[in-house]
Design a protein around this ligand. Structure first.
Ligand code: MOS
Length: 718
């Protein structure tokens, strides 16, 4: 059923002030396709098992590759004895650094060349779990037993997997998302403050843990490299493969019809499953499928880096902030640059006379971290929003009121105007629904039987906008439309949302839209990442539809129009554009065992116009569950004595289970993004951003004990 607020949420743009005329310049009313709760188009096929994920596609003659990973953390391979393996039944061959094709070492992600993708290029072992060989056989079982028969010897070298802020190798991080902030004089303002909170906050390595493990099938057909791969953006992956293997981009086709979650772990360049499958199909002249085991996903696919952050906030007695100083360190690999942009919220959420942010990268011997579930903002908000709660405590004021008193009128660092904010509406409406106003703000005041009860809140934002994408739309002779865009649906319902966007843009019933996605041949498109998938793809669809409609009168059908948004997105940089939200939590703590149970979570969000309230709410609830999981469970543990993951599976790496998930409410305040053709912003990651801080603040409220290190384990509560 639709979310409770969908009735009060306007179904179409023109009812909201500031809504532009329809893209084609007409004044016809839209059909209300946007704003209507519809279940996922592919839902029945998914629950009946009919859809095919990357490793499901039946294919004759396919060989299976089994990945072999390093058992040492740093050093060199001395020898890989393949003789036994090669003689085993069904074995097609073994690829290692001695026979692997050379790859282009310039290939990487947005942050630059990424050695994580340059597999089997040398005998060097840069981190534990590094893929060192692929064993290919007729069946996966044969490949696996042959992989176990490889005899690998190493020359080990000392390694450093010990991340901490004061590490000797610590250095300023890349300024990829803008420079560090220096506004006003932080030290002067701190000295003049009535209260100063100066605390450190730590978050561990966290893993994407998508339900579908990474898998790829690759084969050559008619001079083209054909790929079925589990990823978050088939066009971007195709470009990376072309660069990596020095192919003409036109030679590479990537399809990803259905993807069982990504959470960032399928967003960076191209995954090890695909690098190895492409190598193998080239060498053995057969289609090759590589599926990672769960353990291999943990070891070979990017994770969120651990962070160690110091926040200093100075405030006057009335709660006005004088200074925010946020110094965030995070681990990186020596193989690739990456920015965990922990200070994103610090630059934009609150007004203060002085704001200073510094980002520090600490290179150690680990596989390259990458974006995961609200990258930067999520660990960053844990620090900032916990520290804000500590400021409220020290001042003896309502933490909600503290936020309201520091609402900025323009970007506190950028000075740019906000496109739309509506954070205050989220805070106030969330507080009203949650029952925040009756809260006694002193800690350890509420009990129920032997349990301590507490509530906490946090504010949040996440960058919004659109990135270049292209679409083609064909008006068919039978009155239907074929809409083609290289989007991907990683389980979020993008198919359904984009069908609604296309229906509205074409003034057509959704039943008349045939949407083609998940294929790099459909043209350049951004991926399902950075919470910018729906905005980027919708922009392209809407602009293309407008151009098609203007040519339809008297046209001979079928008529196809294509458009690329690269040129239309220029002015986005001139505004502070973010999604916003406020999250409230209630927890119980057992003082005997330290067990924390989250009893309630409520989030109110300002995410622009909501394309599909059912799916958007689901996305936000999912994000809040990830925040809960981050708060209480998730922790990638690295053994200093071996350099390896201790808990590289779901037995050891805990994620929230159904029994952990309470009554969760997520809803929207009326909002509209004036700078977007459809009025929308992203809902992808905002839900997860500050949930952990809200829970940690509630645990303090219940117990009187601050939680500055995640996860909130039993031993940290007691
Ligand atoms: Mo998302 S973590 O930006 O793929």
């Amino acid at each position: 059923s639709p979310s409770p607020a969908s009735a009060e949420h306007p179904a179409s743009g023109p009812e909201i002030p500031g809504t532009p005329a329809s893209p084609a310049g007409t004044r016809e009313p839209p059909l209300g396709a946007i704003g209507t709760a519809r279940p996922r188009i592919e839902g029945p096929a998914k629950v009946s098992g009919a859809v095919r994920y990357a490793s499901d596609e039946p294919m004759s003659g396919v060989a299976h590759g089994w990945v072999v990973t390093s058992t040492v953390t740093r050093g060199r391979i001395r020898d890989i004895d393949t003789s036994v393996a090669l003689a085993m039944p069904g074995v097609v061959g073994v690829i290692d650094h001695r026979n692997a094709p050379e790859v282009n070492l310039e290939a990487g992600s947005f942050f630059g060349p990424d050695g994580g993708m340059h597999l089997l290029q040398s005998a060097e072992i840069p981190h534990s779990g590094r893929p060192i060989a692929l064993v290919v056989a007729d069946t996966a079982e044969q490949a696996r037993s042959a992989a176990l028969a490889l005899r690998v010897t190493y020359d080990e070298e000392p390694y450093d997997v010990d991340f901490h802020r004061e590490h000797p190798a610590a250095r300023p991080a890349t300024s990829f998302f803008g420079e560090d902030a220096t506004v006003g004089d932080v030290d002067e303002e701190l000295a003049a403050s009535t209260v100063v909170v100066d605390e450190s906050y730590a978050t561990p390595e966290e893993h994407g843990a998508a339900m579908e493990p990474h898998a790829a099938t690759a084969w050559w057909e008619d001079g083209r490299l054909q790929i079925i791969d589990s990823n978050q953006g088939p066009f971007l992956v195709a470009m990376t493969v072309a660069t990596l293997f020095r192919l003409d981009p036109k030679q590479v086709r990537v399809r990803s019809a259905h993807v069982g979650g990504g959470f960032g772990s399928k967003s960076g360049g191209c995954g090890p499953q695909l690098v190895l499958a492409v190598m193998a199909t080239g060498m053995f002249d057969r289609p090759v499928r590589v599926t990672l085991t769960r353990n291999q996903v943990f070891q070979t696919v990017s994770m969120r880096p651990a962070t160690d952050q110091r926040v200093r906030i100075g405030a006057d007695a009335d709660g006005r902030l004088r200074a925010i100083d946020h110094t965030a360190a995070f681990e990186v690999s020596k193989l690739a640059e990456y920015l965990e942009n922990c200070t994103e919220l610090t630059n934009t959420l609150y007004a203060a006379r002085a704001i200073r942010t510094r980002r520090t990268a600490v290179p150690i011997d680990i596989l390259p971290p990458y974006s995961l579930r609200g990258p930067g903002a999520t660990p960053g908000s844990f620090a900032l929003e916990s520290a804000m709660d500590e400021v409220a405590e020290r001042l003896g004021i309502d933490p909600l009121e503290l936020r309201l008193r520091n609402e900025p009128s323009a970007g506190p660092v950028s000075g740019l105007p906000f496109s739309r904010r509506n954070l205050v509406a989220c805070l106030k409406e969330g507080a009203r629904r949650f029952g925040w106003t009756t809260r006694d703000h002193r800690p350890r005041r509420r009990t129920e039987g032997h349990l301590l009860v507490g509530t906490g809140m946090a504010a949040m934002s996440f960058g919004a906008g659109a990135l270049p994408s292209s679409a083609s739309i064909t008006a068919e002779a039978d009155g239907t439309f074929t809409v083609a865009i290289g989007a991907s649906d990683i389980g979020t319902g993008a198919r359904t949302a984009l069908t609604a966007v296309a229906a509205e843009a074409l003034r057509a019933d959704p039943e008349r839209i045939r949407l083609l996605i998940a294929d790099s041949d459909l043209g350049p498109a951004w991926g399902a990442g950075g919470s910018r998938g729906t905005t980027s793809w919708s922009w392209a669809i809407t602009e293309t539809a407008a151009r098609l409609r203007s040519r339809l009168d008297g046209a001979t059908l079928p008529l196809t129009v294509s458009f690329d948004t690269t040129e239309s997105l220029g002015e986005l940089a001139l505004l502070e554009r973010h999604s916003y939200g406020a999250v409230f939590s209630e927890v119980t703590v057992d003082p005997a065992t330290g067990e924390v149970r989250v009893r309630r979570l409520l989030g109110m969000f300002a995410v622009g116009r909501v394309v599909n309230p059912l799916l958007a709410r689901s996305q936000l609830v999912g994000g809040m569950i990830m925040g809960l999981s981050m708060a209480l469970h998730e922790e990638g543990v690295r053994d200093r004595a071996s350099g390896r993951h201790v808990n590289a599976d779901f037995a050891g790496y805990h994620i929230a289970a159904h029994a952990d998930v309470p009554d969760i409410e997520a809803d929207f305040v009326p909002d509209y993004e004036p700078g977007d053709p459809s009025g929308i912003k992203g809902v992808g990651e905002i839900g997860t951003v500050s949930a952990a801080a809200a829970i940690a603040n509630a645990v303090w409220h219940a117990t009187g004990r601050r939680q500055r290190t995640l996860p909130i384990r039993l031993d940290r509560v007691l």
